[in-house]
Design a protein around this ligand. Sequence first.
Ligand code: SAH
Ligand code: SF4
Length: 349
Amino acid sequence: MAKIHFLDLTFAELREILLSWGEPKFRAGQVWRWVYHNQIFDPAEMSNLPKELRQRLAQEFQFSLLRPLERIASQDGLTEKVLFETEDAQTVEAVLMRYRERNSVCISSQIGCPIGCPFCATGQSGFVRNLSAGEIAAQVLYFSQILRGERKRVTHVVLMGMGEPLLNFDAVWQAILSLNDPRGFGLGARHFTISTAGVIPGIERLAGEDLEVGLAVSLHAPDDALRDVLVPINKRYPLKDLMTAVRAYIERRGRRVTFEYALIAGVNDAEAQAQQTADLLRGLLCHVNLIPLNPTAGSSWRPSPVEKVRKFQEILEENGVRTTVRLRRGIDIQAGCGQLRHKHLLKEN
Ligand code: SAH
Ligand code: SF4
């Protein structure tokens, strides 16, 4: 019989199992704490548990889901990217970014992505499958273990790696609940950010959830004709409907939404497009991240030159739309979405 993956269990499920083994009620909390708080994945080391229970845990559960295949650091050592191998020999990547007091982990929600944005390495590689809740949480715990050695903690988790989180809502949400649970990892809801290409039903569901996590929407174009090309799910969820959903989200939550806009030379960086973007977002409780495109092997598109980026930003700001220009950190380690896996796949073929 296949073993149960510990990280795929909710706290309630763990409690049920341990009760069915005849363990006292408080056991679930102890075991949960070992894994999520201490990041101990070997039951033999769970020193406050009875020996028989440690043995049974080892027999019936599997604690490691992802095997790190490749780990590379940026030149300044602050950004690290890891390529993991899953049990079915797929690969998935995650990035740790240390920045002053912040230690952000950027994680994946799917292997590949069905949306297929042409500028994105993940989109170019097609879709394989959803990650399980455990596989999503495991990426965070892996980096947490590394940071522990530096007496640091993961302070932010962003779902901006491979895949579209809102197309794998249940697993993503379960992972967030597990990591948020104060009995273990205890990372505050506001320290999670979900980035979406604009999956409206997911945005609506997020608006109604008890936990309030951050929302980022990948805009990339101010009109449907161009957005249909850059973010193909726009054909299903066009801009007008998307903006209605985002507006409803902001109203319900009273919380600022982030828009991501990757600036691609000669494609979406014209002054007229900046003006259109400003018209679309004016008056909205939002912030725009302008990100010069990270070039990928599968596309000839290039990042906008600095002057264009500045001009685009200036136009938004003049219209009262707040912006930040984000330089992709760790470009020297292919820290862009899906790029390390892409390189790995090329090596294999
Ligand atoms: N699927 C989700 C989350 C993962 S992608 C989404 O699209 O929002 C995370 C962010 O990286 C998105 O804003 C995406 O548009 C952006 N991105 C992907 N490839 C990029 C590239 N080559 N250069 C710049 N940004 C990129
Ligand atoms: Fe998927 Fe996001 Fe990449 Fe688009 S940008 S292909 S939605 S991961």
